[in-house]
Design a protein around this ligand. Structure first.
Ligand SMILES: [Zn+2]
Length: 129
């Protein structure tokens, strides 16, 4: 798809997070996984959200939330480790979305861990700053 990737890197969706959603590639950094999860929310790719989380999420709850909100913008505030050779990483982000006509922001310090060479979102070690 020749649309701009929702994650805001300035590339097309196919060249950016789309290849991760299709399974053609896996993100090599925690930030790339974070961005691709945001894009998955924006593009309603619920399976990708479920498959990239360390702990199984409630798929129905995610789907219901996706349907209710419109994703506006992602801002990466800072990253810590999470590079290709790391096993853990932290990404602080702000995600703006519109819900019932109001703009809201989700601000989180997200933890990521690598298992068998792939990055996963670790909700249990993530928090709101
Ligand atoms: Zn992207």
């Amino acid at each position: 798809m020749q649309i701009d990737c929702p994650c805001g890197l300035g590339k097309t969706y196919d060249e950016c997070c789309g290849k991760y959603h299709k399974g053609d590639a896996a993100p090599t950094t925690a930030e790339a996984l974070m961005r691709s999860r945001y894009s998955a929310y924006a593009m309603k790719k619920v399976d990708y959200i479920v498959h990239t989380a360390l702990v199984l999420d409630n798929k129905t709850a995610i789907e219901e939330w996706m349907e209710r909100v419109k994703f506006v913008k992602l801002e990466i505030v800072r990253t810590q480790r999470g590079k290709a050779l790391d096993k853990k990483g932290v990404v602080e982000f702000k995600a703006w979305f519109e819900a019932e006509g109001k703009i809201e922001v989700l601000h989180e310090v997200s933890a990521f861990v690598k298992r068998k060479g792939r990055w996963f979102y670790d909700e249990s070690n993530s928090f709101t700053p």
